[in-house]
Design a protein around this ligand. Structure first.
Ligand code: PLP
Length: 402
């Protein structure tokens, strides 16, 4: 008799977005004429940059020609031209990452979720709360013990480690989804020192690094001394360059990074991950990798920055509105997310319903990202300028009246 992996039964119902969709549906049935403004889901709305589209078309043309056609890519790690472009990109903000330490993926979600395959089931996993749900779900699926580090109002939603508590695998996300907070170099150094002391590995999710404008803030964990001995960095082109539907990301595993056997023997993580990928992943399509490489050209950087600036102007407007309304928030400056405290002590879902019913604006209730999100609410800057302006106008009118 076939048996199920019972760890899957321990997963929480994917309650958040299903419940949001249910409430929206019910509202629309009752108010079919009302226009909703959606500021909940973190998906981009601008099209791919022209330079990216051109490069992808050229890649397709090469696939249409017998002389330049490409089948499986030999290494499965991504084409060298793309990995070299990414290495150059790191260099542009002062980080040395060898192209040979970079692996191309079909997005950050896959690597965040799959990387756990190579680590022992008996590791203790430390995850900040609230967090992007993939970290908790992928470790629950494989049955690992999870402990949490609190991100809350007191620490500006930037959880720090407790040195007296041991953990082996640590997830950090900066700029953070959902809270928009960004670790400083000093804070990340504390995490790196903690990981080195406990011989732990940090999975550093830098999916939103391109939204950092403050030059004093780290865009990569490898800006921190010692990180190459304890960290893996996972990046994405989804939000940086509008690749949510195109799918491309990259992961950096320093060549010297080790994990250990029960007997304490060191095992090279890069080698084991490549072995895992060799069995379960056949790479990203050639035209997509051509488009991804175009992101890192001078023109590509210019064009994709325009998109980021567009979103960040929305973020600024949301932050300014919160300032005017005396609403506490994090994010919005170096992040496309604004994480705000629900006014008048409302609960997350109460505030969700209030905005939906009164001004037809949809956000995401914070408690969907973990218990510390209760009473908090996430708005995203990924909508259009017009919709963001209209939503903020409605919000001001609504809350000024209270
Ligand atoms: N990491 C974080 C923190 C995210 O918010 C997201 C997407 O929302 C991802 C990873 C996934 O990105 P991708 O589209 O590259 O899979």
């Amino acid at each position: 008799m076939i048996r199920i992996n019972e760890n899957f039964l321990s997963l929480k119902e994917s309650y958040l977005f299903i419940e949001i969709a249910k409430r929206i549906r019910a509202y629309k049935e009752q108010h079919p004429d009302k226009q909703l403004i959606r500021m909940g889901i973190g998906d981009v709305t601008l099209p791919l940059a022209p330079v990216v589209v051109e490069a992808m078309k050229k890649g397709c043309d090469e696939m249409a020609d017998k002389e330049t056609f490409k089948g499986y890519e030999d290494s499965g790690r991504g084409y060298e031209f793309l990995r070299k472009s990414i290495s150059g990109y790191y260099k542009s903000f002062g980080v040395e990452v060898d192209f040979d330490e970079i692996l191309i993926s079909d997005g950050a979600k896959s690597d965040c979720g799959n990387i756990v395959d190579i680590f022992g089931i008996d590791n203790t996993v430390l995850i900040t709360d609230p967090a992007y749900p993939v970290y908790v779900d992928s470790n629950t699926m494989s049955g690992r013990k999870i402990i949490y580090a609190n991100s809350n109002e007191e620490n500006g939603f930037a959880a720090m480690p407790d040195d007296s508590i041991c953990s082996d695998l640590i997830y950090l996300c900066s700029p953070n989804n959902p809270t928009g907070s960004v670790y400083t170099k000093e804070q990340l150094k504390i995490w790196v020192d903690y990981a080195l002391k406990h011989k732990a590995v940090i999975i550093f999710d830098a999916a939103y690094e391109a939204f950092i404008t403050d030059k004093s803030l780290p865009r990569s964990i490898f800006e921190i001394d010692g990180a190459k001995d304890c960290a893996i960095e996972i990046c994405s082109l989804s939000k940086t360059a509008g690749f949510t539907g195109t799918r491309c990301g990259y992961t950096v595993i320093p060549k010297g990074l080790n994990a250990y056997t029960r007997n304490g023997d060191a095992v090279n993580i890069f080698k084991i991950w490549c072995r895992r990928q060799g069995s379960k992943f056949n790479g990203v399509s050639y035209p997509v990798q051509c488009g991804a490489a175009a992101v890192f050209t001078e023109e590509g950087q210019k064009q994709t920055k325009e998109g980021i600036n567009y979103y960040m102007n929305n973020a600024k407007l949301i932050a300014k509105t919160c300032d005017e309304l005396n609403i506490k928030y994090t994010g919005g400056i170096n992040s496309p997310y604004i994480w705000l405290k629900c006014p008048n002590n409302m609960g997350s879902w109460e505030f969700f319903d209030y905005l939906l019913n009164e001004i037809q604006v949809v956000g995401t209730p914070g408690e969907g990202f973990g218990p510390n999100g209760a009473g908090w609410f996430r708005l995203t800057a990924f909508g259009s300028k017009e919709n963001t302006e209209e939503a903020m106008k409605r919000l001001k009118k609504l809350l000024k009246k209270d």
